[in-house]
Design a protein. Structure first.
Ligand code: NAD
Length: 336
């Protein structure tokens, strides 16, 4: 299929784009490099530009006869979304509205959208794990709301315009390629595994862990860590099983997670085991809005044939360690 991958120079998008190319799809990447890296993606696939530029989008759709869009481009930092909600709503919600309208105008009627576990948020109603796709939605930050609004828009465009879709709600994306060549490089970094590795390699003095009095097996928060290569496979399956667009177009919303959570302290111990070093950490207070546990039921995706290959936290950390150890400056560019 001819696919435009927005945000394909970023962490998850670059893995998905490589995976699509390897499975025979025809890929063009559009990324404004605000967080992406030239080194993360084959330069021949990359168009540097912004999804807000609907004229550019339209030209790309026509030039490449695009059949589907895989939409990763977004602002992704939860803490940043609290202090700068306007940027998150504009980039994630408003710009996606422009993308959807441009798709319809150019008869591109398939989309695979990167949504998030942040759409579930927290609250008593969500304490039953694992979370299913129809579990209540109580986002606690503008980032979660900005993504949930896009889910609604996509479903409305399906009803009105015959758009077909797959919405993938990922839990904690992590890991790196097994050869250590590609990995995670967010600036600033806000994900646990890279932060713990930065602490163990001395890149940061200490990693702060938010609370050890949660109702979990060791008192630290429990999350579902899904390897980025498994996520890339989920995208391929979602794309290839996307219903045909048209009058009776339909779509699916699917969680992507392993269904087996790990606590923050288990991540710390895994990094210690893999690196052979002690992690300097400090327990600080809970963060507002953090739920104790977030674990996915991925039954819907598994019914389509998806199975995660990386099932233990040690397997995930080994790949992340290989990447960070061999790339102490990430992709070595100067974004962020
Ligand atoms: N990483 C996770 O744990 C996680 C979890 C759930 C959902 N997601 C979602 O997955 C997607 C990818 O996340 P990621 O971790 O790879 O983030 P990332 O920041 O590494 O990738 C996002 C990419 O989008 C690009 N981008 C942002 N705004 C753009 C714009 N206006 N025009 C063109 N390009 C733009 C950035 O340069 C970057 O390369 C995001 O939509 C995110 O919300 C990520």
């Amino acid at each position: 299929m001819k696919v435009l991958v927005t945000g394909g120079a970023g962490f998850v998008g670059s893995f998905a784009a490589r995976h699509l190319v390897a499975s025979g799809h025809d890929v063009v990447v559009l990324d404004n490099l605000c967080q992406g890296h030239r080194g993360a993606i084959d330069e021949r696939l990359l168009v540097v530009g912004d999804i807000a530029d609907t004229e550019l989008l339209g030209n790309l759709f026509e030039k490449h006869q695009t059949e589907a869009v895989m939409h990763f481009a977004a602002a992704t930092s939860v803490p940043e979304s609290v202090v700068n909600p306007g940027y998150h709503y504009r980039n994630n919600t408003v710009n996606t509205l422009g993308l959807l309208e441009t798709m319809i105008a150019h008869d591109v009627r398939k989309i695979v959208f990167s949504s998030t576990a942040a759409t579930y948020g927290s609250g008593e109603a969500n304490q039953v794990m694992p979370l299913k796709e129809d579990s209540p939605k109580n986002p606690v930050c503008p980032y979660g709301f900005s993504k949930l609004a896009v889910e609604w828009m996509i479903q409305d465009f399906c009803t009105a315009h015959g758009l077909s879709y797959a919405i993938l709600r990922y839990f904690n994306a992590c890991g790196a390629s097994e050869d250590g060549a590609f990995g995670e490089d967010h600036r600033p970094e806000h994900h646990l595994i890279p932060l713990v590795i930065e602490a163990v390699t001395g890149k940061r003095e200490v990693v702060e862990l938010y609370g050890d009095d949660w109702d979990t097996r060791d008192g630290t928060c429990l999350r579902d860590y899904v390897h980025v290569e498994d996520l890339a496979l989920a995208h391929q399956i979602a794309l290839e099983t996307c219903p045909e667009p048209g009058a009776n177009a339909d779509g699916r919303i699917m969680n992507v997670g392993t269904g087996t959570g790990n606590t923050v302290m288990e991540v710390v111990r895994a990094v210690e085991e893999v690196s052979g070093r002690k992690v300097p950490y400090r327990i600080v207070g809970r963060r507002a809005g953090d739920p104790a546990s977030l674990v996915a039921s991925a039954d819907r995706l598994m019914a389509l044939g998806w199975q995660p290959r990386f099932v233990t936290i040690e397997q995930v950390v080994e790949t992340a360690w290989e990447w960070h150890n061999s790339h102490p400056d990430g992709y070595g560019d100067s974004i962020g």
